[in-house]
Ligand binder design. Structure first.
Ligand SMILES: C[S@@+](CC[C@H](N)C(=O)[O-])C[C@H]1O[C@@H](n2cnc3c(N)ncnc32)[C@H](O)[C@@H]1O
Length: 411
């Protein structure tokens, strides 16, 4: 059941739908099978490049796309997830037979290929899934080949579960406390069953994603706007500081998740469904957090489907939107106020370049160098921002790619 669900999810990705958008399609499966299907699909996409090397070494002709996905699923289940070959091969043959006449005809080939693939000797040494052509060259240009290879290796390792604690909350048993203050769980965990979930002592948020709000350094009583706020990880951090927070997002449905998260954690913020390009506050803002919409290329280790469902289109429009959001945010910030600009992107045009260009457009605007506990000074960029990459903290489980900078508006 889970394998069929996983195959359907992968086919959805081939048609351009993200795994998270398709989660409802598994609703008819028991909960445990839904989780298994989602994990199988994600891991198959994460290791697709390596699976193809194995499959190619045993086939004489390229299999049809659906059959290729059945083979990839089985190869990843055996070689990466350690499932016993006999069960996987039998299930893959059965799955193939459900795929119409083409499946009936391919069942023998699938059986023969997978019997050999299960004993493939060099899986661990195969190069990780490369990033697609719409993204890789820009990142090689920005960071160089060795870093690109390290980023791809980090994507292959996936991501641990990071939690942001409410101030004073007791650590979840078994969690490591990271140098920047987040908690990290490396083993399998069901979020809603963890101690402190019901009480709202913490929320799920990658350690890198927790840093923009820390960089803003909110203080109790300050008037702060969180622009582009949903689903609200950063809103929760700002609200937990005692600041008076207005969370603005254009997407009403996503804002509902902010409401739920605030309620669970016993925190308050004013929520506004509005376009942050035109929204006007009713009182002067001491600080703004602008977590702008972006390519999300820093989150590939959590979303291995992203390289497959995107093709690079729309990034120029996002870059223009980020600049416009930044200009409007600066216009509504009080003189002397501070603004953190952040994107979960690895592309410098969505980070370092945005800040360089904003400084050129806004005379008197300055960047304040990050002074956060736990960050490595090597992560600070020339213009004074913070560049985070998935290959950082490799021995601790990595972090999402992110860029952030704290700006100070002149008085
Ligand atoms: C990167 S996500 C924000 C993540 C969020 N800050 C958090 O920490 O959970 C970007 C958000 O920007 C919102 N968005 C996109 N364009 C917007 C606009 N013009 N005005 C307000 N929100 C916008 C999207 O709906 C999305 O929720």
């Amino acid at each position: 059941m889970a394998r069929m669900g996983a195959l359907r999810l992968i086919q959805g990705v081939r048609e351009g739908r993200s795994l998270s958008d398709q989660s409802g399609s598994l609703a008819r499966l028991p909960v445990a099978e839904q989780a298994r299907a989602a994990r199988l699909a994600a891991e198959t996409l994460r290791h697709q490049g390596r699976a193809d090397v194995v499959i190619d070494s045993f086939v004489t002709r390229k299999p049809a796309p659906q059959i290729a996905d059945v083979l990839r699923l089985a190869v990843v289940e055996m070689l990466e997830l350690g499932a016993p070959a006999h069960g996987v091969v039998g299930a893959a043959v059965d799955l193939t037979r459900t795929l119409g006449a083409r499946g009936q005809a391919a069942a023998g080939m699938v059986n023969a290929v997978l019997r050999k693939a299960g004993a493939y000797p060099g899986w661990a040494d195969l190069a990780p899934q490369p990033l697609p052509e719409w993204l890789r060259p820009a990142l090689v240009e920005a960071y160089g080949d060795p870093v690109m290879t390290a980023i791809e290796a980090a994507h292959q390792r996936g991501a641990p579960l990071d939690l942001t604690p409410k101030p004073g909350a007791a650590p979840v048993p078994g969690a490591d406390v990271l140098p920047t203050g987040s908690w990290r769980l490396t083993g399998p965990a069901q979020v809603t069953a963890l101690p402190g979930f019901e009480a709202g002592d913490w929320w799920v948020q990658d350690a890198a994603a927790a840093l923009p709000a820390r960089l803003l350094a909110p203080a109790a009583g300050e008037v702060i706007a969180d622009l582009c706020a949903a689903p609200g990880g950063k809103t929760l951090q700002l609200a937990a500081s005692g600041a008076r927070v207005t969370a603005v997002d254009i997407n009403e449905q996503r804002l509902r998740r902010v409401t739920e998260n605030l309620a669970r954690c016993g925190l308050t913020a004013r929520l506004v469904a509005a376009d942050a390009l035109t929204w006007q506050p009713d009182e002067p803002l001491d600080a703004i957090l602008l977590d702008a919409p972006c390519s999300a290329t820093g989150t590939i280790r959590r979303h291995p489907d992203l390289p497959f469902i995107r093709d690079g289109h729309g990034i120029d429009e996002l870059i223009a939107l980020q600049a416009a959001l930044l200009d409007h945010a600066l216009s509504i910030l009080r003189p002397g106020g501070r603004l953190v600009f952040a994107t979960c992107s690895l592309i410098p045009d969505e980070g370092e370049v945005q800040i360089d260009e904003a400084l050129a457009r806004h005379p008197g605007l300055t960047v304040e160098r990050p002074d956060l506990p736990g960050i490595d000074p090597a992560w600070i960029t020339e213009e004074g921002g913070l560049r985070l990459r998935p290959d950082f903290w490799a021995d601790r489980g990595g972090m999402d790619g992110f860029y952030m900078a704290r700006l100070r508006k002149p008085i």
